[in-house]
Each structure stands twice: as C-alpha cells, then as structure tokens.
Ligand binder design. Structure first.
Ligand code: ADP
Ligand code: ADP
Length: 224
C-alpha cells in the first residue's frame, strides 16, 4: 500500500520577489511500516514537508495523494511543533476530543484517552489544564492525543524537542510500539541524532530539497 505519495512537490510562501521556496522538487512515497527521520538544518523545509505529507498544507506545484487512506482526517495523526492543546480542556479531555468528534461513545473515548496517557507515563496529569503543564508535559499529552486516535500515518514535528533524555526515549518507544501495533508509518522531523537513530531511515533536507537516502525506492523496500 501507499499511505502518501508526493510527486515533484513544491511549496512557496508568498508571491513575487519576496517569495520563499520552502520545499521543491520532492518526490517520495510513504508506505505502511516506514520508520523515517527527516533531518536537516533549521529552515530547510522539514515542517513544510511534513505538513504536505499530512495533508494539512497544500503544495503550490506538484501533487500529494493518499491512495490507501479513505478518511484522511482520522487516519493521519499529527504531533505539531509547539503548543496545540485546547486551553479550556484538561489533558484527558484534549486526548479524548478527536475520538468524540469521530463519533466514539464518551466512555470509550475517555477510556482510550486514559490508556494513551498511561502509555506515556503521564496518567497523573489527566486532570491538569494545559496552563498547568510544562512544555515537555504538554508535548507528551499531544503525543498521547495522536496515539489514542490510532492513525495509519503518524507525522511528528520535533516531538521530543522539549524533553529530557528519559522522556524522549519513552516517547520514541511508545510511538514506535504504537506504529507497530497499528501497522502504521511513522515520520518524525528531528534535530536529535538519538531520535533519528531510533528510526529505520533518515532523509536529510537542505534548502528545501531531499538529500541522502531520499530515493523513494529505499522507502518502498523499507515499507514492504
Ligand atoms: P524547518 O522545519 O526545517 O525549520 P520550515 O519548513 O519551517 O523548515 O521552513 C522552510 C522555509 O520556509 C524557511 O525559510 C521558513 O522561513 C519558510 N517558512 C515556513 N513557514 C512559513 C510561513 N508560514 N510563511 C513564510 N515563510 C515560511
Ligand atoms: P487498552 O490498551 O487499555 O487495553 P485500548 O482500547 O487502547 O485499551 O486497546 C485495545 C487494543 O488495541 C489492545 O489490545 C491493544 O493491543 C491495542 N491498542 C491499545 N492502545 C493502542 C494504541 N495506542 N494504538 C494502537 N493499538 C492500541
């Protein structure tokens, strides 16, 4: 199967002489089972590529398709860089919300939310509001929110950026274990060589282009 396919994709921000070409000339496939680190310097286009793969941004040239995803909104889970929790909801409610919106019964949604928080060893934070959480704690709640929704494609932008080594290790272990259980693909943008080493493949971005092992054939072999 193919979860996401980019063909000669570009994304430009703005128009005219001040336009910024964030990514260009990108062709790649994301298959079930792929464990991918996207690395590269700040500003090289990692976030933009992840957003395009996740379908939360559109290319300005080329095409992105999701041949084997039928309900992309629920089948793609995105861990955003930076704050993404709703401030009026406590941690458990934040994790349960996507399940409730997808029509899960309330007791099942909250059971899965508590289970996901437990996997990340933050069940004690369930009743806290985002304001009462540290950056690293909020980051783990955001990871739990994605895991509870059981996506087929997990896209995470610097999911360990604010975590100490032990918490980062747990987040990576839980992300990988969940992806294994679901038969999902896991795509992680990271600056952390430890995090990149935990994944099967590494694509490096520079000036909006994919370098190194970006050959889509590699992704396919990895995903078989
Ligand atoms: P990375 O994730 O590797 O840091 P980004 O994808 O965030 O890279 O950014 C790639 C380029 O696009 C950078 O030059 C950045 O300044 C620019 N860029 C990103 N988002 C926007 C935006 N919303 N508006 C204008 N330029 C942007
Ligand atoms: P619990 O894991 O607490 O039993 P779930 O409803 O989350 O409750 O789990 C039901 C089944 O789905 C379990 O047998 C488990 O193997 C699997 N599972 C649990 N959590 C996840 C998850 N986050 N992602 C994928 N599969 C899961």
């Amino acid at each position: 199967g193919i979860l996401a396919e980019c063909r000669d994709v570009a994304r430009t921000y703005g128009k005219g002489p001040t336009a910024v070409v964030a990514v260009h000339g990108i062709t790649c496939r994301i298959r079930p089972g792929l464990r991918l680190a996207v690395t590269g310097p700040s500003g090289s286009g990692k976030s933009t590529l992840l957003h395009l793969i996740a379908g939360i941004d559109r290319p300005t040239a080329g095409t992105v398709e999701w041949p084997d995803l039928h309900h992309r909104a629920t089948e793609v889970g995105v861990v955003f860089q930076g704050p993404s929790l709703l401030p009026a909801l406590d941690a458990t409610e934040n994790v349960a919300l996507p399940l409730l919106l997808a029509g899960e019964p309330e007791d099942e949604a909250f059971r899965r939310a508590r289970s996901a928080l437990g996997r990340l060893a933050i069940d004690d934070l369930g009743g806290k509001l985002p304001d009462e959480l540290s950056g690293g704690q909020a980051q783990r709640v955001a990871v739990a929110r994605v895991l509870a929704a059981r996506p087929l494609l997990i896209v995470a932008d610097e999911p360990t950026g604010q975590l100490d080594h032990e918490s980062a290790e747990r987040v990576m272990t839980v992300l990988a274990a969940t992806a294994d259980e679901l038969g999902a693909a896991l795509v992680v943008a990271t600056h952390d060589p430890f995090v990149a080493a935990r994944l099967g493949q590494e694509w490096t971005m520079r000036d909006g282009r994919l370098h190194g092992a970006a050959d889509p054939g590699l992704a396919e072999r990895n995903g078989e």
